[in-house]
Design a protein around this ligand. Structure first.
Ligand code: SF4
Ligand code: SF4
Length: 473
């Protein structure tokens, strides 16, 4: 069996046919909110383990003999929930049989849509819009945001909002957090918007938990504003609002159920669907995105800036925050494009100047590359600001994206996001009129008690476990 993972070709030998598994005991693991396994489909090929080692240097799926069968179990345990899996989802893309899969919430979302008492609101992540076209027979990496909005309306969603707006709030808060930390020498500051990476730090490098910015991720920022600010101006009971995120990511399901992600008084995000689940749901309703009449996002929560769009690409979070940090420091950028942090390189190390202040930057795509930067920090290298995305190319290569995940297509999606940014009139978070309005009316200023209450969280040191990083094959 030949398989390509992380641009490398592997020849793997399955240990059994899926049918053989029926002779052995098998587990259907539904213990976790994000990751599941159906061992009855497993052929013992080890592609899941190879993906976990290639992208994360972890090797969480461990070869386990059960009778005559060979399975790959998370940390050798029966349940994902008991393992140190980061929920990055890359093994779900590599697994040829669907044994490794995300926990689906399609039925729960359909039930909410059928409930007349509920206001069901979808929010779409930056990278999803450029990741669905090939699944509908079109060329890859087309921007399908208006077709996605139309399809969700057809499915019965009451409102469809853009997570890029949430990204503008994350950027605004994070830029000020960065400037404060640089001033007080409390660096490096790590970005927080990749939940697989947060889990990785908690489990494998707990000594750096305090270095993760406390600013919540774009899906969480927008969701809490929906259930507080939006609910108030629309005179809605937040308990009747159901927020459904459409995400390129399996770990976002995990993030949505972390302690502290219920700042509105109930879970801020009710359900997370991966891009794959979204496509499955749309196709099951015979909706063809290639033919549907496009529709705009609902405008009650405004339009996103270009800075929000590039969150889906490696280096994008960093670039968005630098645009606003430079403005906040009194040295607005003459050229908004920070080319040095763009591109598919595994690691970028850059010195960026805001006025006379030098900011040492690291950008890593995949946890394997994050580990290299962390080792450098441990060995004395100085970084002020470090962005890590667990997936190749950033969210455009996310573990919840359509299969197969070809490197060339991931790069096309990345470029498509920069095109969206370039074509926007407003390209910085701080110039976004809805950001200005909500700060005036509700949040007051970055880091205010209200901003801290709704747009920040904390990472739970008590949950941290120190584990050995497993050997590379
Ligand atoms: S989800 Fe990611 S960390 Fe977990 S087993 Fe799969 S590849 Fe490894
Ligand atoms: S879980 Fe999937 S990738 Fe892993 S050994 Fe089984 S069939 Fe292969």
């Amino acid at each position: 069996m030949n398989i390509e993972i992380n641009q490398k070709k592997f020849e793997l030998i399955p240990k059994q046919m899926a049918l053989d598994n029926k002779k052995c005991d098998f587990v259907i693991d539904k213990s976790d909110v994000a990751m599941g396994r159906d061992e009855s489909k497993c052929i013992g090929c080890s592609a899941c383990r190879v993906a976990c080692l290639e992208f994360n240097h972890l090797g969480i799926p461990v070869e386990t003999k059960v009778g005559d069968c060979t399975y790959f179990r998370p940390d050798g345990k029966v349940n994902f929930a008991d393992s140190n899996c980061t929920r990055c989802g890359q093994c779900t893309i590599a697994c040829p049989t669907g044994t490794m899969h995300e926990i689906e919430y399609i039925e729960e979302v359909k039930a909410a849509l059928a409930d007349q008492a509920k206001i069901v609101i979808a929010q779409i992540a930056p990278s999803v819009r450029v990741s669905v076209s090939e699944s509908f027979g079109l060329e890859p990496a087309l921007n399908m945001e208006k077709e996605i909005v139309a399809s969700l309306k057809q499915l019965g969603f009451d409102y469809v909002f853009d997570v890029n707006v949430g990204a503008d709030f994350t950027t605004y808060e994070e830029a000020f957090d960065l400037l404060d930390r640089v001033k007080t020498h409390d660096t490096p500051m790590f970005t927080s918007c990749c939940p697989a990476r947060v889990k990785y730090i908690e489990d494998f490098h707990p000594e750096y938990i305090g270095n993760i910015t406390s600013v919540r991720s774009p899906q969480q920022c927008l969701a809490v504003l929906i259930k507080t600010y939006f609910a108030k101006i629309q005179n809605l009971d937040p308990k009747n609002i159901v927020v459904v995120s459409i995400m390129p990511c399996v770990a976002k399901k995990f993030e949505a159920r972390r302690s502290g992600e219920d700042k509105s008084g109930t879970w801020d995000v009710d359900y997370v669907l991966t891009t794959r689940e979204f496509i499955k749901m749309v196709k099951a309703s015979n909706i063809d995105l290639a033919k549907i009449e496009p529709q705009d996002f609902d405008s009650v929560l405004g339009e996103a800036s270009g800075a929000g769009a590039i969150y889906g690409a490696t280096g994008g979070v960093m670039e968005s925050a630098l645009r606003t940090a430079a403005f906040a420091a009194g040295h607005p950028l003459e050229k908004l494009e920070v080319e040095a942090v763009r591109g598919m390189d595994d690691i970028k190390r850059v010195t960026f100047k805001i006025g006379d202040q030098e900011i040492k930057i690291g950008v890593a795509a995949t946890l394997a590359n994050a580990e290299i930067i962390i080792e450098e920090i441990k060995n004395g290298a100085h970084f002020d600001y470090v962005e890590v995305m667990a997936c190749p190319g950033g969210c455009v290569g996310g573990g919840g994206q359509p299969k197969p995940a070809k490197h060339e297509i991931i790069d096309l999606r990345r470029q498509a996001l920069y095109k969206i940014d370039a074509e926007k009139t407003v390209r910085t978070a701080h110039e976004n009129p809805i950001v200005e309005k909500i700060y005036q009316e509700f949040l007051h200023c970055p880091g205010s008690p209200e901003a801290k209450k709704y747009l920040h969280t904390e990472y739970d040191k008590t949950q941290a476990r120190v584990c050995e990083i497993k050997e590379k094959i």
